[in-house]
Ligand binder design. Structure first.
Ligand SMILES: Cc1ncc(C[n+]2csc(CCOP(=O)(O)OP(=O)(O)O)c2C)c(N)n1
Length: 361
């Protein structure tokens, strides 16, 4: 009896359309309308500028810990643009640009990272879940949302974001298995940004790609140049169309790089080289998109500073709302003591009183 080769249902492709050296694959180039190209660019830029402002606020003590997105704009904006407003979007904790694109007000994000739960009260019409700080739990929520969409025969999909580190959690595997077995309209988007805090991608898994993990569950998987917004949009649109047509889930691996800190409490210089960061800076997704827009004659170099100023104005308005609201909600910090015990133990009462008098000052 000879040893036989098992033919798997799917193969893993890698998709890149427009690279960092201005090479455009014209056969693969999608026909994206000008308005959408401008929206993709604007959303990436707004995400980047919000990130920069948040980092400055955090360093000034005006915001708490948060996870910067710098470098991952294309990896999250392309997929988000492939969703309709009625679809579900399920973020991890590094999707601020995508949340803004979904319509979550910037001041909401500031409130969340300023320590106010009110920021997570997202308008239900936005069909967007709040950020998930526990790594990977949101992947199960998205599988469940996909199941409910199918059960209710709705014309919707659910898209979930997570990092490559989250693929080492059981939650990822359970969600993938469940979604494929029940053919849920769920799109799994892994933002492989090369690092899970200080753990490099190579030490995270024995698999050559994250995308190939899809094969074990019998679902299609694709690896995408995550800093090429044309490619991240095209791959996600295909997966969304498949899911909407009742063909089930897809796993997308967007290969990108976390150019900034893991969170504001991290110092990446302690575990990765300057050369590595510089190499990835040459692949900046926003620079790339701007080159594409110039090449297409849609925008000119002189337009970008004007846009930046306009977006910074938008961010400033959100910062003003946040600062007014956080002053108004100031004493709400005390609610963190409220729901743990029926009768507050003396040591907690002491801490509560200390915080109350600090807030008063
Ligand atoms: C269940 C759980 N375990 C551990 C942590 C601590 N933690 C926060 S982020 C992180 C790494 C996540 O890496 P990855 O999934 O690749 O996402 P990235 O931070 O790179 O976006 C860890 C271990 C957590 N928040 N939740």
């Amino acid at each position: 009896m000879p040893r036989l080769k098992i033919n798997l249902l799917h193969e893993i492709e890698y998709l890149s359309i427009y690279d960092e050296n201005d090479n455009l694959d014209e056969e693969l180039e999608p026909k994206i309308p000008k308005e959408l190209l401008l929206k993709l660019h604007r959303s990436m830029l707004l995400g980047r500028l919000t990130d920069e402002r948040m980092l400055a606020l955090q360093r000034q003590g005006r915001l708490g810990t948060f996870a910067p997105i710098r470098g991952q704009e294309a990896s999250q904006i392309g997929p988000t643009a492939a969703l309709e407003s009625d679809d579900w979007m399920v973020p991890a904790f590094r999707e601020n640009a995508a949340l803004i694109m979904r319509g979550v007000p910037i001041e909401n994000l500031l409130l969340v990272y300023g320590g106010f739960y009110q920021g997570n009260e997202i308008n239900p019409n936005l069909k967007t879940l709040p950020s998930s700080i526990p790594v990977g739990t949101q992947i199960l929520h998205a599988a469940g949302l996909g199941y409910s969409i199918k059960y209710r025969k709705q014309d919707r999909v659910a898209m979930v974001f997570f990092g490559e580190g989250a693929t080492s959690e059981g939650d990822f595997h359970e969600a993938m298995n469940f979604a494929q077995v029940f053919k849920c309209p769920t799109i799994f988007v892994c933002q492989n940004n090369q690092w899970a805090i200080s753990l490099p991608r190579g030490a995270q898994t024995g698999s050559e790609t994250i995308a190939q993990k899809a094969l074990a569950y019998g679902m299609p998987g694709i690896q995408v140049d995550g800093n090429d917004v044309l490619a991240t949009y095209v791959a996600a649109k295909q997966a969304v169309d498949r899911a909407r047509a009742g063909e089930g889930p897809t796993l997308i691996e967007n290969v990108t790089y976390r150019m900034s800190l893991h969170t504001t409490s991290d110092d990446p210089k302690r575990y990765r080289s300057k050369e590595e960061v510089e190499r990835w800076e040459k692949c900046d997704p926003i620079t790339r998109m701007q080159k594409y827009l110039i090449r297409k004659g849609i925008l000119a170099e002189k337009d970008f500073p004007v846009m930046e100023e306009e977006l910074k104005g938008e961010i400033q308005r959100a910062v003003d709302v946040y600062e007014a609201k956080s002053t108004e909600l100031g004493n709400e910090y005390l609610t963190m003591f409220d729901h743990m015990y029926a009768e507050m133990p003396p040591y907690l009462k002491e801490q509560r009183d200390a915080l109350a008098s600090e807030l008063k000052e």
